[in-house]
Design a protein around this ligand. Structure first.
Ligand SMILES: *Cc1c(COP(=O)(O)O)cnc(C)c1O
Length: 396
């Protein structure tokens, strides 16, 4: 806030109004602090800052006013004590693992996680002596039995990418807190507008800001927020290893947060409308959306999310081959690897991101051969529906 206010504002207001202090130029919009380092008035001030006796900025690998503004907003939205922003979602997730686990520790992760996170969990963590195992998101009763004396962290993504599987955060929060384990939730798909994992007992929330937070497909970014003592470790790890977010990206993302609430409401209402209409389409085996009563975890979705978000999935009756034909038949939707854009996007995981896996491996992470993932943008929803329906007709 430019003037310190004693009133507590709601998250929507904080997303708009939290701002770096106004400079002598009296600008309205936050200026961009494209500077690698910061000056000191005298040697004593510099000494005190290096001795951690002040909280002045030193170097943009450690902190930067634009990055701090973004982090303060994300903390306000997620209800978190502290945070750190990184160059991408993956560096936020990786830093949360590397800063808080050591050789001999065990990570218990949901099986349905983002592809690159899966690579980190299965390929890289074991290289550093960190043991990992997967639990099935559809079998929450198995989780507690998989906890070992050395289990340090539980990691989940809900809703999951791309299968939209949902896990009960309150149940996980209870288990993690009972066993004194860090619960780390990737909240990328819901965003803090629709779901706040910390309210259910999570200790860390990681987010790819590249997706809904940017919302216009421009910049990469990641944020991790949570308990002060955990963020302190993550900050110490990042300040020395260097995955810092660029001030330019932070400026873009912080401006984006001003519209996050209105955008997520519109993404969610369009996605629900699309999902409801497609559920009646004869070319589809099923439609998956958190707020459809036919979703297997609908009851949990309603309990922990205030909206379904912008991703809709459906299964083509014609499987893998129809998936390829469907993408080619689209006229309006983009074929691109991103999601969470103002422009709607279609993807077919079985022929692209998950093509290297076997059918059985794909099935274990909720990806069927004809699964299509739609990231619903801000276009008129009827235009989207017409494009998808004509592509279904043409590819059938
Ligand atoms: C995209 C994504 C990530 C990785 O984020 P980047 O910004 O691409 O590094 C992590 N988790 C989920 C759920 C994602 O969709």
């Amino acid at each position: 806030m430019s003037k310190e206010s004693s009133r507590k504002f709601s998250p929507e207001t904080n997303a708009v109004r939290i701002q770096v202090p106004r400079t002598d130029e009296m600008e309205h919009t936050a200026p961009m602090f494209l500077t690698s380092s910061f000056c000191f008035d005298n040697a004593e001030e510099m000494r005190a800052t290096f001795a951690d006796e002040t909280d002045f900025n030193v170097y943009s690998r450690f902190s930067n006013p634009n990055v701090d503004e973004l982090v303060r907003k994300m903390c306000a939205l997620e209800g978190a004590e502290a945070g750190y922003a990184t160059a991408s979602g993956m560096s936020a997730i990786f830093a949360s693992f590397m800063a808080l686990m050591k050789a001999g520790d065990h990570l218990l992760s949901a099986r349905s996680i983002f592809g690159s996170t899966h690579t980190v969990v299965t390929k890289f963590l074991p290289k550093y002596g960190i043991e990992t195992s997967y639990f099935d998101i559809n079998d929450p009763a198995s989780i507690e039995a998989m906890i070992k004396p050395n289990t340090k962290m539980i990691f989940v993504e809900t809703p999951s990418n791309p299968g939209l599987e949902i896990i009960d955060l309150a149940l996980l929060g209870e288990i993690a807190n009972k066993h004194n384990i860090i619960l780390n939730v990737d909240n990328c798909f819901a965003s803090p507008v629709l779901q706040r994992p910390i309210e259910f007992g999570a200790h860390l929330v990681t987010t790819s800001a590249t997706k809904w937070i940017d919302g216009q497909g421009r910049v990469l970014g990641g944020v991790v927020v949570g308990k002060q003592e955990l963020i302190k470790e993550i900050h110490a790890f990042c300040r020395s290893t260097g995955p810092a977010m660029s001030p330019f990206n932070a400026w873009v993302l912080s401006k984006s947060l001003e519209t996050l609430f209105v955008r997520m409401e519109r993404h969610s209402s369009s996605a629900l409308k699309l999902a409801q209409s497609l559920e009646k389409n004869p070319h589809l085996a099923f439609v998956r959306y958190p707020m459809l009563p036919s979703h297997p975890q609908y009851d949990i979705a309603v309990k922990q999310m205030s909206g379904g978000g912008g991703i809709v999935c459906f299964e083509l009756k014609g499987g893998l081959e129809q998936g390829v034909r469907f993408l080619d038949a689209l006229e309006l939707l983009s074929l691109t690897a991103n999601l969470g854009d103002s422009r709607s996007i279609a993807s077919h995981p079985a022929s692209t991101t998950h093509a290297k896996l076997s059918d059985a491996e794909r099935a274990s992470v909720g990806i069927t051969p004809g699964l299509i993932r739609i990231s619903v943008g801000l276009e008129n929803v009827n235009d989207l529906l017409i494009d998808i329906e004509q592509a279904l007709e043409k590819s059938a």
